[in-house]
Write a protein that binds this ligand. Structure first.
Ligand code: GLN
Length: 484
């Protein structure tokens, strides 16, 4: 097949080309491996490239020929975030403490992709243990934004977004605890989906904050995200928080006129192009026949403070298992306590340590009630805010739109000295995780900085289990090709 065919491909297009015998999994895999060779030195998206990818592709081609495997993901090359376990491969969560840790089993999402015939090209960079908004917190150096390598790709799934944006994979998986799929997807011009909490198994995902984490796809189109979501979702006996799909009512939103809530937000904290993008999106949705109304969620203003208490509390507990005894790095000291101190002292980066300290502080007796309990109460109010907003019988809406970020991709090093500035990056994304509702970011226009066009993203949030609304509206926004 002509090389031009492979540029900016979608899963949909490939599936058809493979069916027609116009290309093979091997040809496709070799195309991406070549791009990785050419670009990864500069962009630092991949941490490891799997030697067996081509063999895997040959096997899939055989299986496709023999009719042993079919479906839209057969032969599709993926980049996988470094916090998901792939049996036999290193999974380091971009941390020194797990630098040499090899996974002993497949994460459930990996197992499902494998069964669907997907090919794994390698593992990609992230902020250490998924803590960050720029992929600068990786122990293995920052990943760069392909639109402007002086800028960050967003985080923590920066490697996943860059792999797709720079044509180094056809699709990728990321994880989202407070925005880590949506924000990098937005900064790199891709689609990023955070599913409803409990819809995709977390088994085999190195935990950051277990009540907030969800795995989801980063892709070029909404349709591709939908294809992957439909394969990775579902009840898993290995993750007790997953929901049985049978209890979710079948709903199709295609062509329905919806009530859409435009979230009220402070326009002064947002780049002018993003305000413009929001206005144009509203206009487009109105023209498509949807009803638009403003919505205010009264407790939303507390979501960032609430997130930065609950998340570190869970982080401090989840990362306690990394003690030099069970997994990864061991730095021996004079006694057991010294082992812990040396191992954790050298193994964890600065941001991981900061969050462990905040987490243990808010959970300590004497402060627990003032911080952790309060934050849990606020979390409940935020969840109820969404429930009320989505209550159609009380004048509510089918979906809410808001920006994904306050600005386009910022410069490498711009916020590293000021954690508060970095945390403010998450202002539009954390509430969906706190409430457990699904959210998607759709590339919508550009903002020019230093003569470079940088992508922007529109975020859509839907009620629990209503990913179908996100896909339907997302496709409409995507097809409208809104120009900013
Ligand atoms: N940027 C957020 C944080 O630093 C979100 C991270 C994530 O979603 N994994 O916590």
């Amino acid at each position: 097949m002509d090389k031009e065919f492979f540029k900016n491909l979608t899963i949909k297009k490939v599936a058809k080309a493979m069916q027609d015998g116009d290309t093979t999994a091997l040809e496709l895999t070799q195309y991406y491996l070549e791009n990785i060779k050419g670009k990864n030195g500069e962009l630092n998206a991949y941490l490891r490239i799997f030697a067996g990818a081509e063999d895997q592709a040959r096997k899939i081609d055989e299986d496709i020929k023999n009719g042993k495997i079919m479906g839209p993901l057969a032969g599709i090359p993926f980049a996988i975030k470094d916090n998901m376990l792939i049996k036999g491969e290193v999974a380091s969560a971009s941390s020194k403490i797990l630098e040499n840790y090899r996974a002993t089993y497949d994460a459930t999402v990996i197992k499902k992709l494998r069964e669907a015939g997907a090919i794994f090209l390698g593992t990609v960079n992230m902020d250490e243990f998924a803590m960050g908004s720029s992929t600068e917190n990786s122990a293995f150096g920052p990943t760069k934004n392909p639109h402007d390598p002086a800028r960050v790709p967003g985080g923590s799934s920066g490697g996943s977004a860059v792999a797709v944006a720079a044509d180094m994979a056809l699709a990728s998986l990321g994880s989202d605890t407070g925005g880590s799929i949506r924000q990098p997807a937005s900064f790199c011009g891709e689609v990023g989906l955070k599913p409803t909490y409990g819809r995709v198994s977390r088994s085999g995902l190195i935990a950051m904050a277990s009540s907030l984490d969800q795995i989801g796809p980063i892709t070029r189109t909404v349709e591709d995200a939908e294809i992957i979501f439909n394969i990775i979702k579902g009840k898993d006996p290995l993750d007790a928080t997953t929901v049985n799909e049978d209890v979710i009512p079948e709903t199709k939103q295609e062509n329905k006129k919806l009530k859409i809530g435009l979230l009220t937000y402070d326009k002064n904290v947002v780049a002018p192009e993003i305000n413009d993008m929001m206005e144009k999106s509203v206009e487009m949705l109105k023209q498509a026949g949807h009803e638009i109304m403003e919505v205010t969620l009264p407790y939303l203003k507390y979501s960032l403070s609430c997130y930065y208490i609950i998340m570190p509390a869970e982080v401090s507990s989840n990362l306690a298992r990394l003690d030099g005894v069970k997994y990864g790095l061991l730095k021996e000291g004079d006694n057991l306590l010294d082992d812990y101190l040396k191992t954790r002292g050298t193994g964890f980066g600065k941001e991981a340590k900061r969050r462990i300290m905040i987490g243990t502080y808010v959970l300590s007796s004497g402060y627990y009630d003032d911080y952790y309990s309060k934050a849990q109460e606020i979390r409940d109010l935020i969840r109820r805010d969404f429930e009320n907003a989505f209550d159609l019988s009380a004048g509510g809406v089918d979906a809410i739109i808001l920006p994904t970020t306050t600005e386009p991709a910022f410069k490498i090093g711009e916020k590293t000295d000021d954690p508060m500035k970095m945390y403010l990056e998450d202002i539009f994304t954390v509430s969906a995780n706190l409430a457990g509702v699904p959210a998607i970011s759709i590339p919508t226009g550009f903002a020019e900085r230093d003569g470079v066009k940088l992508p922007l993203g529109l975020q859509i949030i839907a009620p629990h289990f209503r990913e179908d609304v996100l896909f339907s509206l997302g496709k409409q926004v995507e097809n409208a090709k809104i120009k900013v």
